[in-house]
Write a protein that binds this ligand. Sequence first.
Ligand code: PA5
Length: 427
Amino acid sequence: MLQLDLRYLGKEIDFASYAEKVAEINKAIDEKTGAGNDFLGWADYPETYDKEEFARIQKDAEYVRKNFDVLVVCGIGGSYLGARAAIEALNGLFPAGKPEIIFFGQTFSSSYTKQVLDYLEGKKFAINVISKSGTTTETAVAFRLLRDKLVEKVGLEEASKAIFATTDKAKGALLGLAKKYGYARYVLPDDVGGRYSVFTAVGLFPMAVAGIDIKAFMEGAAKARLAYKNPKVLENDAYKYAIVRHEMWKKEKKAAEMFVTYDPKFVQLGEWWKQLFGESEGKGHTGLLPDSATFSTDLHSLGQFVQDGSPVLFETILKVKEEPAKVVIPHDEDNLDGLNYLEGKDLSFVTEKAMEGTLAAHSHTGGVPNLVIALDRLDAEGLGYLMYFYMRTCAMSAYLNGVNPFDQPGVEIYKKNMFHLLGKPGY
Ligand code: PA5
């Protein structure tokens, strides 16, 4: 399903020398004994997930698909990035059919918020509010505004039938609201952190409403789980990727990894990937800065720096195999634009050549290490496989760097300052 191509890395890595360390960390992940061990629920989740809830998600999603024009997903960070990444990667940026999925509650921007609220005017919308803590300010403020709008439009009783809440099973303000008003409820398990939650209801409900085959998505994750819980480093590409990252940081003194794709439909996958690695690894003044770019678009902006700027980064290219959408370059009698040499060629062929040319330019000419991750199939199963692969890589990579992959203490500091400035009681 997935291969690592190390030919453009510009260095040999002695993976075997990590055998013992990797096996030890793998055991700690499997047996839940490492740092942050109470947040390792994601590792077996593709097997252990709640099948009754899964069936309910499918049924409710069908109801939303039939009865609403728009689903507004209200959440921030790990409570929306996975769903958004998966929906855009699989459905593209301009999917036909309904319902439309809109993301909300991920910003305090008044212009964005106002625009969305205005956009919903006259539309039949449902809400999926997602918050593990139930108290995240961006999400809570947006949900209050949205709820008001819905209640005003359809009344309290109908509004309650159009709200789906994903939160902790036992605590939090959102749980209180959901219970009081009788919203449909899904659980974000205690032992799964936001950025590892795409295989829970957090990712699954919006994806199912978007028409994605979530069963296949989970099957892909389950296959990846079997492949990447293998303690033998030489047979485990997730762990090899973690070692490449570790060596780039520790030995090559790189400061950043650039996640590169060749399609705008993967921009949000890059956002999800950045949160996963950034929040998991960026601790104690260590770790690689996760960065992302879409080529060839960004070759016209960042390309100069990657090729010729400070040698601070390495690139990881995600190459996906999929049936290309047929877009053939037409003949032009005048050929004033000089493009007839491309006549009859498909755009996917041009993309492939752009990728080959860029790999050679950056790695050979520019001396920038490049790693290629090739995914055999971009469909729900393939994407589930890929996202689990990244999660397993991330846990190993953070442990190799000696940090807890599952906490995010640094995120709290801005919140405390903001709450103080906003006059929140107790701050
Ligand atoms: O990964 C994380 O833990 C964070 O990004 C959270 O998901 C994010 O802050 C939202 O938190 P909550 O789901 O509690 O609203």
